[in-house]
Design a protein around this ligand. Structure first.
Ligand SMILES: C[S@@+](CC[C@H](N)C(=O)[O-])C[C@H]1O[C@@H](n2cnc3c(N)ncnc32)[C@H](O)[C@@H]1O
Length: 251
């Protein structure tokens, strides 16, 4: 892990509870959107070949679990604990620990994908380094799709929003707010209520930071990293997220 990477408890200490926060079946629609976007951008359709795809920030591999039927994937993440969870649902996939800002694999791909994990990029320099990583793993014509959760001026960040989830051993509350609308960060505060074997409930807090940038910053930074950049809409009410994929074709 890079020195400047915060260690989020959800992805380390509580990674074993991931599927109670977010289950593979919840990602089927998102994966269908991504599949369509990928094959619209790749030179051939799914009947012609199995593209080789790098997913960075794969987390628990929920999205990926719906995609491995028609592509060969390599999955990376900062957290070895999350990769363990992904490995269980994606046994055919190679999993590698790495930071999307400086990962360099000696492999080339038809496409690079980063979904909600790209929201952990907090500065324009983080974005630039991540896009350079994607470019380093593609040849000209290669496809890049990023799926940020937030876009400044497009995605509303309510100052007081609270989401509740409940599963067998875990309930959680997620509170999202923007402490300083003049910068490029928002804060997500999670409270986990974890049922213990003796029936008591442990309460834990985990604070995350996400980046929020104007669309123009995404497009410009991607162009500077060597892509022809664009956008593609998806129905955010179905999937969550910003409703925009930021897309790139390597130049
Ligand atoms: C919300 S989870 C991704 C969930 C995933 N979409 C799924 O289907 O399970 C976000 C992931 O981003 C990872 N992450 C955060 N910063 C990262 C970085 N700099 N490089 C690689 N992965 C990162 C975290 O470790 C975490 O596993």
């Amino acid at each position: 892990m890079s020195d400047d990477s915060p260690s989020y408890r959800m992805y380390n200490e509580f990674a074993h509870l991931w599927q109670q926060i977010s289950a593979p079946e919840d990602y089927a629609e998102e994966a269908a959107e991504l599949r369509e976007a990928l094959f619209d951008m790749l030179p051939d359709g799914p009947d012609a070949y199995r593209p080789k795809v790098l997913e960075m920030g794969v987390g628990g591999g929920n999205s990926l679990s719906h995609l491995t039927d028609f592509m060969d994937a390599v999955a990376t993440d900062l957290s070895a604990e999350m990769l363990e969870i992904s490995r269980a649902v994606n046994p055919s996939v190679q999993h590698i620990v790495g930071d999307m800002r400086d990962l360099r694999l000696e492999q080339e791909f038809d496409a690079v994908v980063i979904l909600d994990a790209i929201s952990y990029m907090l500065t324009q320099d983080d974005l630039r380094r991540t896009f350079e990583t994607a470019r380093a793993h593609l040849s000209p014509g290669g496809v890049f799709i990023a799926g940020p959760d937030w876009l400044q001026g497009i995605t509303p960040v309510p100052n007081l929003s609270c989401k509740l989830g409940k599963a067998s051993d875990l309930s959680y509350a997620e509170y999202v707010h923007d402490p300083d609308p003049s910068d490029t960060e928002i804060e997500l505060i999670f409270n986990f209520f974890i049922t213990q074997p003796d029936g008591s409930v442990r309460v834990e807090e985990d604070r995350h930071r996400h980046g929020i940038f104007p669309l123009e910053t995404w497009l410009l930074t991607m162009r500077e990293a060597g892509f022809e950049s664009g956008t593609r809409r998806y129905p955010s009410d179905v999937i969550g997220g910003s409703g925009y994929y930021i897309t790139g074709i390597a130049i």
